[in-house]
Design a binder for this molecule. Structure first.
Ligand code: ATP
Ligand code: MG
Length: 254
C-alpha cells in the first residue's frame, strides 16, 4: 500500500494536523491505516493514547532513526496505507531514503513567505530524488486557510507554486477550531461535539473532500497509480501543468 510522508522545512506548517486528518479520513472509509509518528514530540502517539476505537488505525512511535527503521518494517508488514508525520528538521531529510514515500505532502499556508518555504522543500525533494535515483512525487496542500481569504492573494500564492510546477492538492484545509480540537483529548471529527466545537460540520466536509482528493491520486488511472507503466495524466484542476521535464517533482513522472 502507498506510503505518504508529510514534510516541510517550515515548523508549524500543519504537517501533523494534515497527516492525522488524512489518516482518519482513510480509516473512516474502512481502509487500514498505519501512522508513523517520527516527530520527537510524538503528538500523534499522544493523540492515540486518548483516542478510543479506531481498530483499523495503528500508530507506531519513531523518536529516533533506528526506531523509524523498525517502525517502517512493522508498519509495512501490516500492508496498510502508511502515513509518516515527520518533524520537519534536517533529520527528516536524512530519513527520506528509508521512508521511500510514494507521495510527499507539503503543507503550506496561503502566504508568499510560506510558499517560498514550500518551494524550498520541493527543491530539496528534487535533489533527494536525484541523489537516491528514485521518484519523489510531491504536492502541496494549503492548510490553515482562513475561510475569508481574498481570492486574489490566494491566487498569487497558487501562481507562485505553479511557476515552480509544484502540484497542489485541490482541497485546502480550512482554518477551523475542529482541526485543533482533535488533539485535545484523542478526538476525531466524528467524535467531537458540535455543541462544543464551532464549524464542526464544515470541517468534516472539508476533511472528507481532502481525503477523497488524496485517494483519487492513487486510484487506477490517477497520477500516482502504482501499476507500471505510469499512466499519462490529464491535469486535474488544482494540479500543476504537466509539461515540465523535472521528473522528480512531478507526481506522474515515469
Ligand atoms: N486547518 C487548521 N485549522 C486550525 N488550526 C490548525 C489547522 N492546521 C494546523 N493548525 C494549528 O496550527 C498549529 C501547527 O499545526 P501542526 O502542529 O499540525 O503543524 P506541524 O507542521 O506539524 O508543526 P511542527 O513543525 O511543530 O511539527 C497547531 O496549533 C495546529 O493546531
Ligand atoms: Mg508536527
Amino acid at each position: 500500500m502507498p506510503t505518504i510522508a508529510f514534510m516541510s522545512s517550515k515548523g508549524g506548517a500543519g504537517k501533523t494536523t494534515a497527516a492525522l486528518t488524512l489518516a482518519l479520513g482513510l480509516a473512516r472509509r474502512g481502509e487500514n491505516v498505519s501512522v508513523i509518528d517520527a516527530d520527537t514530540n510524538q503528538p500523534i502517539m499522544r493523540w492515540r493514547t486518548h483516542a478510543a476505537g479506531l481498530e483499523n488505525l495503528t500508530v507506531f512511535p519513531a523518536r529516533t532513526s533506528a526506531q523509524l527503521l523498525q517502525a517502517l518494517d512493522d508498519a509495512r508488514a501490516q500492508g496498510a496505507w502508511l502515513i509518516v508525520d515527520t518533524e520537519g528538521t534536517a533529520r527528516s531529510w536524512d530519513q527520506v531514503g528509508a521512508i521511500k514515500p510514494d507521495l510527499t505532502i507539503i503543507p503550506v499556508g496561503a502566504s508568499p513567505l510560506e510558499a517560498a518555504e514550500a518551494i524550498r522543500t520541493s527543491r530539496s525533494l528534487q535533489n533527494m530524488a536525484t541523489f537516491f535515483d528514485r521518484r519523489l512525487p510531491h504536492a502541496c496542500v494549503f492548510t490553515r486557510l482562513p475561510a475569508a481569504i481574498r481570492a486574489r492573494s490566494f491566487g498569487l500564492v497558487v501562481r507562485q507554486l505553479r511557476a515552480e510546477r509544484i502540484a497542489i492538492i485541490e482541497t485546502p484545509l480550512i482554518e477551523k477550531e475542529a482541526f485543533r480540537a482533535m488533539f485535545w483529548n484523542g478526538g476525531t471529527l466524528d467524535s467531537l461535539d458540535p455543541e462544543q466545537v464551532s464549524g464542526l460540520e464544515s470541517a468534516r466536509n472539508n476533511a472528507e473532500l481532502y481525503a477523497g482528493d488524496v485517494l483519487r491520486l492513487f486510484a487506477p488511472g490517477g497520477p500516482l497509480h502504482q501499476a507500471p507503466p505510469a499512466p499519462a495524466v490529464a491535469p486535474a484542476q488544482g494540479w500543476a501543468p504537466q509539461a515540465a521535464p523535472a521528473a522528480a517533482m512531478m507526481p506522474n513522472a515515469a
